[in-house]
Design a protein around this ligand. Structure first.
Ligand SMILES: Cc1cc2nc3c(=O)[nH]c(=O)nc-3n(C[C@H](O)[C@H](O)[C@H](O)COP(=O)(O)OP(=O)(O)OC[C@H]3O[C@@H](n4cnc5c(N)ncnc54)[C@H](O)[C@@H]3O)c2cc1C
Length: 406
């Protein structure tokens, strides 16, 4: 059964310059590294592999960048969905500081890639704001603010008296240079344009079967051809069942609407996230559209229900109007939703399978999926080249936090 993971009209791939098409694989082939999955996480992984001269093939069962990548709102941030205090089941305070630094370093790496390849993906560095309109959230936000301030992250506290934003709030935490934004589809296009002559890329090529043979893998594709590789890298997003029977994440549906271009900028462009449950996240596009997402619900069954989506898009518009009354008569140009995976500890799934040697995962689960796939790609290169990975990598694939599927 093919599960339906994206629905609607995604804004990010509605661009004139699409990622170029690649042929399907119709002959047997060998390589050192096979990356399965050509969404943004697979493309990021392929970029770092190519930069390190690893003999690599990238395959995707569909077109590159058209699944969850096309609907990721790409608020690139170091902060997590949960606050430091909510993560104490999993991490010490020092761990959380290191995890925030992992995110900040990944943001620097994205910046380095843009410097090298140019900015053709609407990339901007941004400050980030977590805010709440509820007085009762003050204590929680202040605690997170104090934690970050005491650990030397550049943060500012905002409240209703000192509120530089053109919308009301009771409490907020502004992180200076805490984030960035881009069009994820165009970022992937840039990566693919750069690596297409360094690695082999095949579309419409599905990994159907994985056979482990001594120290090699044999992958059988949908056309029955074989790919032999030493290292197998799973970047299949929310489809990991071919590689592991573990339940690696909890699946939700996240909904997004994008307005028509607005005459006036609604605010200065900071990346916004409220403190509600389910939460809302907002950002602006370069031509002044409001992009607002959230209203997540648990993904049950195999399909995204139209009825739910219609209701959720209305709720998002209502939320936006309550924040900015001038949006009442504004048209919504794009409505879309996608399955979004979260893990209990907020981190992505990155690392080597604990039972199958040389099978690696770079699965950008969680709200920082893109950011962490940068960290993941760099660490997988290190593991394959026999170099020491980051000391925090074990946080990203800790079996104690993963439940075995019954
Ligand atoms: C609604 C939403 C909002 C998000 N917002 C953010 C955000 O603000 N910030 C952030 O950092 N991250 C965000 N993310 C997460 C981030 O986008 C993820 O890292 C990303 O969606 C997953 O990327 P991917 O490349 O793994 O997935 P996909 O784009 O889904 O790519 C997986 C690819 O694998 C292919 N594939 C699957 N199985 C096989 C197979 N057997 N053989 C060959 N190919 C296969 C599929 O065809 C697909 O193209 C968001 C995600 C969603 C869904």
């Amino acid at each position: 059964m093919i599960k339906e993971y994206v629905k609607g009209k995604p804004y990010f791939c509605d661009v004139t310059e699409k990622i170029q098409s690649f042929p399907y694989l119709d002959y047997d082939i060998s390589c050192d590294c096979l990356i399965v999955g050509g969404g943004i996480d697979g493309a990021i992984t392929a970029y770092y592999f190519a930069e390190n001269n690893l003999d690599t093939i990238l395959i995707d069962k569909n077109r590159l960048g058209f699944l969850n990548t096309s609907c990721a709102t790409a608020l690139l941030e170091y902060q997590l969905d949960d606050h430091a205090n909510d993560l104490k089941r999993f991490f010490t305070k020092e761990d959380v500081v290191n995890i925030y630094r992992v995110g900040l370093n990944a943001l620097k790496d994205i910046d380095l890639i843009i410097r090298k390849l140019g900015n053709k993906c609407q990339y901007n560095k941004r400050d980030t704001l977590i805010f709440s309109t509820k007085k009762g959230d003050k204590k929680e936000i202040i605690r997170e603010f104090e934690f970050r301030k005491n650990n030397k992250f550049p943060v500012y506290y905002v409240d209703e008296i000192h509120n530089p934003f053109p919308f009301s709030l009771k409490t907020g935490l502004l992180a200076k240079n805490g984030g960035a934004e881009f069009n994820p589809y165009l970022f992937e296009k840039q990566l693919i344009d750069y690596i297409k002559n360094k690695i082999k890329i095949f579309e419409n090529t599905e990994a159907k079967q994985v056979i482990k043979k001594d120290d090699m893998f044999e992958i059988i594709t949908n056309y029955g051809v074989k790919i032999n590789c030493k290292y197998l890298i799973c970047c299949t997003g929310y489809n990991s069942l071919l590689f592991t029977n573990k339940k690696l994440c909890e699946k939700y549906i996240s909904y997004t609407i994008v307005t028509e271009p607005l005459k006036k900028k609604l605010w200065n462009g900071e990346l916004l996230q409220d403190n509600s449950d389910p939460y809302h996240y907002l950002r602006l596009s370069p031509n002044n559209r409001l992009i607002i997402g959230g209203e997540d619900i648990l993904f049950k069954g195999d399909f995204i229900k139209d009825k739910d989506a219609v209701k959720k898009y209305q709720m998002l518009k209502q939320y936006a109007i309550e924040m900015f009354s001038q949006l009442e008569y504004v048209n919504i140009d794009y409505k879309f939703c996608g399955v979004f995976s979260t893990t209990k500890n907020n981190l992505s799934v990155i690392g080597e399978d604990e039972r199958i040697k040389n099978l690696f995962y770079n699965l950008g689960y969680g709200a920082n999926g893109i950011v962490y796939s940068i960290y993941g790609a760099k660490n997988l290169v290190n593991l394959i080249l026999g170099k020491s990975p980051s000391p925090y990598l074990s946080f990203f694939f800790s079996t104690s936090k993963i439940t075995i599927k019954q």
